[in-house]
Design a binder for this molecule. Sequence first.
Ligand code: SF4
Ligand code: FES
Length: 392
Amino acid sequence: MTKLLSSSPEPSTASHKAFDDTIGAPLWLLAELTYRCPLQCPYCSNPLDFASQQKELSTDEWRDVLHQARAMGAVQMGFSGGEPLVRDDLEELVAEARELGFYTNLITSGLGLDEARILALRDAGLDHIQISLQAADEEMAAALAGSKKAHAKKLAMARAVKAAGYPMVLNVVLHRHNIDQIDKVIALCVELGADAVELANCQLYGWAHLNRAGLLPSRSQLDAAEATTQRWRQQLAAEGKDMRLLFVVPDYYAERPKACMGGWGAIFMTVTPDGTVLPCHSARELPMTFPTVREQPLNSIWYESFSFNRFRGDEWMPSPCRECDERHKDFGGCRCQAYLLTGDETATDPVCDLSPQHGLIEAARAEAAADNRSVAELTPRNKRESQVFCRE
Ligand code: SF4
Ligand code: FES
């Protein structure tokens, strides 16, 4: 289960001096403004115990985070959650970020958006809006999101975003219950006038890991979906349509792991709603304590904290990563995935076919193949379910 965070400051690593010149600046800041969300997708990557979070950062605290991150060299930022639109200071924070020179991206379900708010965000200087869709049809979307109204609202907001002059980027999280709809999903995105579509197979963290056996598609589903995507790419090119289709395969069907976040503490940092600072959006699931901006400046967290230095470099790596030529390309894979699968955050990511624990991936695929749960039988991501994990 996920570990609750201690509120005490973590020790700094004596061996790392501030502004260590072997550590690059963080280029990306993900501001998870809130864990509140009107939807309850069973593949959400938020931590299982999100209901135990401390009070959300105030507007002024977020402003301070933005200033600190920009002063450290961060240039790109995403506003996400939960659903970031439930924060009524979102426009204010976007304006502040823009004023500081960030390139800003809003990652949203579209719920909480309306035409007035789209214009207000545009006036605030928001560069980019990415809306997520659950499925091609209302019935499946409602079953996944736990809301009958969400699908129609998302479609209306996608059209409104396009009408306001934004490039329309749609994101569809794929899993075994919607992947066979991919032809209709892409047709819907074409009809909406999308400029880019990310067809991202669900990565198995947080609630998605909890529901893993009921979400992982089969190899044949995956192959068929990739072939359909390729057919659409050719058709769109033949018609002279410039809609980009990105298909992201699930790690569990890869032979080698991804270079997660471009390396631990290399370019990316997430600040969670209560100000906890993480090297990736899922690191709260690790059995480690992470510092918060309420206790420590961001600069010191990035360069000096034990948690950010824990998996930098290659000294921490076990065999076979330690002797492997790939170790500076994939950094031994994803720490969160290694922990969720093996219980050891220092293990080689079992996705790697050189890992002595690669059999866990094969076992997970077999477990998924034997799982017949419907969408309604998956555990929804909501506060009531989260409170169960807060008590454990
Ligand atoms: Fe990457 Fe480690 Fe596998 Fe080598 S052994 S490919 S470094 S995960
Ligand atoms: Fe945390 Fe990969 S998601 S290190």
